[in-house]
Write a protein that binds this ligand. Structure first.
Ligand code: NDP
Length: 508
């Protein structure tokens, strides 16, 4: 998909060298990623004890490509009995093998998985883009390499738990139940499975119902790496199956990433059971630009902050706060930059914004955008053509947004940016923290002292300075307030999978 028209209301002299009122004078030739090296099965069973097995009773549902609406595969619809089978396989694997292996042996498996992910990275990137709708350049350059990096990183910890947590007698917990969302299917799998295995736990993972294909491809990696039977189990099914899994009495650890509403339901359901819980939920991050910030650099950070992965990112910089004195030049630059984003085929290497993951999510984004217009904010969308099939949405910018607008309060989870203004750092802090969420934030300024002031005042688990959406396996990630609790990544993420009470209770 190529941009052929100049966006509406571009500033008279835009920085991209386009004549005012004129069309973009050139087009990118299509650069589709090859798919002939990828084999998607017609049907996938549940992955239990290193075997793909049909669900009992046999039932399945169809997975589609959100960019074409064409079916990709059928996957098994797990029953309550299947959850029990999967947890049983994980429990037995923990008892008989995995908890008894020395850390250095577990590490070897994790290194092996990391290397296989690297070797099969093209295959994973293509399947991820076909199933989730994300641009191939993101799955190729971000999702897959970061997933491999998590396995490398936690492999390094597997034989050093006593050094990571001195005098705490770290012990594995047992079976970890992991429920993940559709926005980063493989990466969330890696965030969850790598620390769990490094710490000596076994897992049952439930991917989101729209995006299970890279998880089932990962199941193949599990077999290729010769992991002992039942250490990693993967089951598919609707939300209720996720609930069956996390509440199963033989589950010792629950790790969930998804919406705040479901996170709260899980927290209530497992309260008082003694299960260790990590919840990584929604966000409404503030990205704050001061008047001394390098504006062109900030523009790239803003674009990356909200249009990366179609804005379907829990830590997306969806609220932009601009200091009043630079408001106009910044908005002009931002609109011009928005007009250069290429929306379309996720498998085209030139695509910047791919497909929204599902029809339901597209409807949610549209509903919130409509509410922004109805509440009086001013909408800007580049005049780009969208493919006629698939779930696409134009990158959207709202100005004239007030704090009370729904688009400033609710997580949209789409390519929609709400712009607000401020005069002083104190006002920025107050407005930025005025949200039930607290997952991430960004600050753009040349002043180091201001960065420190802002970072310590922001009620957010991660604060980026002069950058946005940077991830690293060594860095802990997690939220405040309704964005959840517990941390993933780094040594903190390892501790979340260990009994550190030192009383010998674990190893169940
Ligand atoms: P959900 O929170 O419903 O889904 C996340 C995962 O939880 C999926 O695997 C889902 O399974 C599972 N799940 C759903 N219901 C339950 C339940 N009752 N008990 C246990 N597990 C359950 O997110 P949605 O896909 O519905 O997205 C809704 C909104 O949530 C988005 O618009 C966005 O705002 C937010 N969201 C936030 C994410 C984040 O990373 N913070 C990620 C995804 C969404 P299944 O797919 O089968 O329903």
């Amino acid at each position: 998909m190529t941009l052929t028209k100049k966006p509406e209301s571009l500033p008279a002299k835009n920085p991209w060298g386009l004549a005012a009122g004129g069309n973009v004078p050139w087009e990118y030739a299509p650069a589709p990623e090859a798919t002939d090296h990828v084999r998607i099965e017609r049907e996938y069973g549940l992955f239990i004890g290193n075997e793909f097995r049909p669900s009992k009773p046999r039932k399945s549902f169809t997975i589609i490509n959100p960019a074409t609406e064409e079916p990709l595969a059928k996957v098994a619809h797990a029953s309550k009995a299947d959850v029990h089978r999967a947890v049983g396989a994980a429990r037995e694997a923990h008892r008989s093998v995995w908890s008894k292996l020395p850390g250095r042996e577990r590490a070897k498996y994790l290194y092996r998985i990391a290397r296989i992910l690297q070797e099969r990275s093209r295959e994973f990137a293509v399947v991820e883009s076909m199933n989730s709708g994300k641009p191939i350049k993101e799955s190729r350059d971000v999702d897959v390499p970061l997933a491999a990096a998590h396995f490398f990183y936690y492999a390094g910890w597997a034989d050093k738990l006593d050094y990571a947590f001195p005098n705490r007698e770290p012990r594995s917990l047992g079976v970890a139940a992991q429920v993940i969302p559709w926005n980063f299917p493989l990466l969330m799998l890696a965030w969850k499975i790598a620390p769990a295995l490094a710490a000596g736990n076994t897992v049952v993972l439930k991917p989101a119902s729209t995006t299970p294909l890279t998880a089932y491809l990962f199941a193949d990696v599990v077999r290729q790496a010769d992991l002992p039977l039942g250490v990693v189990n993967i089951i598919t099914g609707p939300g209720e199956i996720g609930m069956e899994l996390v509440t199963h009495p033989d589950v010792a650890k629950v790790a969930f990433t998804g919406s705040t509403a479901v996170g709260k339901m899980i927290a209530r359901a497992v309260a008082g059971t003694g299960k260790k819980v990590t919840l990584e939920l929604g966000g409404k991050a503030a990205n704050i630009v001061f008047d001394d910030a390098p504006l062109d650099q900030a523009i790239e950070g803003i674009i990356n902050g909200i249009y990366f992965n179609q804005g379907e990112v829990c830590c997306a910089g969806s609220r932009l706060f601009v200091q009043e004195s630079v408001y106009e030049p910044l908005i002009d630059k931002l609109k011009a930059r928005l007009g250069t984003l290429r929306v379309g085929d996720p498998l085209d290497k030139n695509t910047d914004v791919g497909a929204i993951n599902s029809a339901g999510q597209l409807a949610k984004v549209q509903e919130l955008v409509d509410s922004g217009v109805a509440e009086g904010a001013e909408i800007f969308q580049p005049d780009c053509e969208l493919p006629t099939r698939g779930f696409f949405f134009r990158p959207t910018l709202f100005t004239g947004v007030s704090q009370s607008h729904r688009i400033a309060q609710e997580e949209i989870f789409g390519p929609v940016l709400s712009v607000l203004t401020f005069r002083t750092p104190e006002e920025a802090i107050e407005k930025a923290n005025n949200t039930p969420y607290g997952l991430s934030a960004g600050v753009w300024t040349e002043k180091g002292s201001r960065i420190f002031k802002m970072v310590s005042a922001m009620k957010a688990g991660v604060v980026w300075a002069n950058t946005f959406n940077r991830f690293d396996p060594t860095a802990p990630f997690g939220g405040y307030k309704e964005s959840g609790y517990g941390r993933e990544g780094g040594i903190h993420g390892l501790g979340a999978y260990l009994d550190l009470s030192g009383n010998g209770r674990a190893g169940r």
